[in-house]
Every structure is written in structure tokens, then in C-alpha cells.
Write a protein that binds this ligand. Structure first.
Ligand code: TYD
Length: 244
């Protein structure tokens, strides 16, 4: 696969063209941002960890029947993915109250929810990814009703699969963000799934193993990403077999 022109550079990743117009290379950087890019920094080898973690999770989710953009891992920092037309929505699923939900509703972090909370956010850095509902999406034509139901069902499936996956690794999946896109008349899970886009708490201790260590200056940021990578890769085969 020949790496072509840079198509897009985001906060944590770069997209490069390839010789196949339907495929792109997603390259993971060490750059970290938080609070809508007001806080910036670098987390050493975050790109390597996130590429490996995302690759393993995409393979796992495909095995659980969730279609994704992932084709293959290319090297330490890059993966080959299908080129999506991104739906301008971010899906957030929450199992435990934290971050934006704690703030929005004035709740303590750590309340275990009776049932998962599903949220749509409009993907807009300028507006700070505002919380919206189905009516906003349909009225604005950001996605069709059919697309919304496909995305919602896939997201629920991802939550169930990832909760089980991390439970076996003594980690609670607190919340996470997903992005989807259109590819040849289907909807695929895109972007990344990593400690940048999930909150992960070690069971028992509730030690944070995600980007909150950077957001909140908790220290040992690199170690947390390495720890998640170690646990994700540790017994990936065993976990997949056990969940069949
Ligand atoms: P949320 O609590 O809504 O926001 P914040 O991270 O600002 O407290 O985040 C829920 C989950 O989604 C969390 O695991 C981080 C992730 N997320 C992203 O990956 N990108 C984003 O732009 C936002 C707002 C959240």
C-alpha cells in the first residue's frame, strides 16, 4: 500500500490517501488535546498505544458482528481503513456517570446507571459538540431515520461487547464515544476506540486508565495507556474464545 497525500490532519490523527481511492491510512500522533483544544500536550507513545488498542478492538468488534472501517494494522502508528463519508454525529454511551453527564445534571461521578444512557452530539468543534436529539438530526438532514436506527443498534452492540471485553480485564467501561460513516451503501463504525475516546476505570480501585489523567493532570498518563494496551493484548484470544 503506497502512502499518498495528506488528506486531513486532526488533533490526534492524520489521514493519508492511498493508491486505492476507497482506502485511506489513519496515522496516530502523540498529540493530546482536551477541553475543546484549549489544553494541549503530548503523551509519549500514545499514538502507538491507540493504534494497537483500536486495531485489536476493531478486530474484536468485527468478530461480534459490528461492521467497521478497519482493514488492517500497517505498522506501529498506522492502520488501513475504508474511506468513509463521516456522519456528523458523535454517539456517546454511558454506563457510569462521569464527565459531561455529571456536569450537565449536577451529579457525582461514579453513580452506576440502571441502564445505559445513549446520547447524540452534533460534531462541531466551534459549538463544542452540543447534545442533540433525533429530531435535530432529522430536521437538519444530518442522517436518515434508517441510518439513526442502524447507528443506535450498532452502538448498543458495541457497548455490550466492550463491557464484557473489559470486564474480563478487570476494567469498568464508564463511557465512550463512537463515530460512524457511509461506505458503499452501508454504515460502518469509524474513527478510533482508545483511552482517548473511552473512560476506563480499574475495577475495585477505580484508578483512571484513560485521557482523564491528562485532562485533570493526574500524572502517570503514559503508564495508563501502556496498561490498557497490555490488558487489551494480554489475553485477547482467550477473551474472544470465552465470549463465543
Ligand atoms: P463526555 O463526558 O461527554 O465529555 P468530556 O470528555 O468533555 O467530559 O465524554 C464522554 C466520552 O466520550 C468520554 O469517554 C470521552 C469521549 N469523548 C471524545 O472522545 N471526544 C469528544 O469530543 C467528547 C466530547 C467526548
Amino acid at each position: 500500500m503506497i502512502q499518498g497525500a495528506k488528506l486531513y490532519e486532526g488533533k490526534a490523527k492524520i489521514l493519508y490517501a492511498t493508491d486505492d481511492p476507497s482506502l485511506v491510512i489513519q496515522y496516530f500522533k502523540d498529540d493530546a488535546t482536551a477541553f475543546n483544544a484549549q489544553k494541549r500536550g503530548t503523551i509519549m507513545d500514545k499514538g502507538v498505544c491507540n493504534n494497537r488498542i483500536s486495531s485489536a478492538l476493531f478486530v474484536y468488534l468485527e468478530s461480534r458482528g459490528v461492521p467497521t472501517h478497519f482493514v488492517k494494522q500497517l505498522d506501529d502508528r498506522s492502520m488501513l481503513v475504508k474511506r468513509l463519508e463521516i456522519v456528523p454525529l458523535e454517539v456517546t454511551i454511558r454506563n457510569i456517570v462521569a464527565g459531561g453527564m455529571a456536569k450537565l445534571l449536577g451529579l457525582e461521578e461514579g453513580i452506576v446507571l440502571e441502564r445505559a444512557v445513549f446520547e447524540w452530539h452534533y460534531k462541531s468543534d466551534a459549538l463544542g459538540d452540543p447534545l442533540i436529539n433525533d429530531d435535530h438530526v432529522l430536521a437538519m438532514g444530518w442522517a436518515s431515520a434508517e441510518e439513526l436506527s442502524i447507528i443506535r443498534a450498532a452502538s448498543v452492540k458495541v457497548n455490550e461487547a466492550l463491557k464484557a471485553f473489559f470486564l474480563q480485564r478487570q476494567i469498568d467501561l464508564v463511557d465512550f464515544k463512537l463515530e460512524f460513516g457511509r461506505f458503499q451503501r452501508s454504515i460502518l463504525l469509524g474513527d478510533e476506540i482508545s483511552p482517548d475516546t473511552m473512560r476506563l476505570w480499574e475495577q475495585g480501585t477505580r484508578r483512571k486508565l484513560d485521557k482523564d489523567r491528562f485532562r485533570r493532570d493526574l500524572g502517570s498518563v503514559e503508564e495508563a495507556y501502556q496498561e490498557v494496551l497490555r490488558r487489551v493484548l494480554g489475553d485477547a484470544k482467550q477473551a474472544t474464545a470465552a465470549s463465543r
